[in-house]
Ligand binder design. Sequence first.
Ligand code: ZN
Length: 342
Amino acid sequence: MVLPDGEERVIRVSGDRIGGPGGECLVEGAWLLPGLVDVHTHPGTNQPGEDFDEDLHRSHMTDHRDAGVLLVRTPGSVDPDPTRERHDPTLPRVRRGGRWLAMPGLFFPDFGRPVTEADLVDAAVEEAEASGGWCKIIGDWRPGDPAVPLDLLTEAIAAVHAIDGRVAVHAQTAEGSRNAVLARADSIEHGMHLDNDLIPTMVEHGTALVPTFTAFAPTIERIRAGEGAPEIREWLLTGWEGLFTTVRTAHEAGVTVLAGTDSKPCGDIAGEVLWLIRAGLPPEAAVAAASWTARHWLGLPGLEEGAPADIVAYDADPRVDPSVLRRPSLIVLGGQVIGRQR
Ligand SMILES: [Zn+2]
């Protein structure tokens, strides 16, 4: 059974593509999906403040791949060389997002690329050009910190759009989320405290939402156990609870909601799919958010003739049992068999 269309058919792989004469039979009677996607991950570092580490990068990307994630977007990196070509055919495909662009006080200290109001616009264009597509702006930080001003954010995003780039905006306060929507961000990362009245504007602008529940869940657990300063606890708890409604409402309104983990260890995209379902996405939409919808959003086709042969197979229908996403029976990346169970 081939998803998303649900047709029963044979998928042949020749070289690194789907189609052609094909070869040996790799799997029979399985559910086949286009390779999974994590649209928010930061391979190469474990903690804020660390330097980029090549070996760690490889290990993170291997964890993704072995979980069936064959494409990632990296919105924010500390890779000192944003132009470095890192295409390794044995690791997931990458849509790079450049270095985090952080104004003073709006990020982990000494992490990412520091920018001022005067150079944000140029820096955003530079990072998008260097990455070949995306840049990432930290649009806000803690409650009470001033968010990146709306006119400045609007100008930066327009400048990146003018070179056909796209902008991911980190937003987790009411002001930051509002500014990200009004400034026409291509994706809002996290989206806590987003005013749901802005959802129609997201639909109009084609703004995607990447809630990254997986990243917040452990902190919320600790806060519920009594940790954290009172004002931060209140802000995170209300943000977390509101995010479920925001995600469901956004999906129902037609916003593209996507699966990003923003967490270590890498490779728990299945967990994020389960969070999206808890928020109220129909299981099929939640699976799509980590597979064909995300792939298409990043410019790659599904399981069609001539497409790159990135395929994951499961013994059960993930739309019925999404937990099966944790147990791929076969992983094929660029026509190469990566992992196989049984
Ligand atoms: Zn992140």
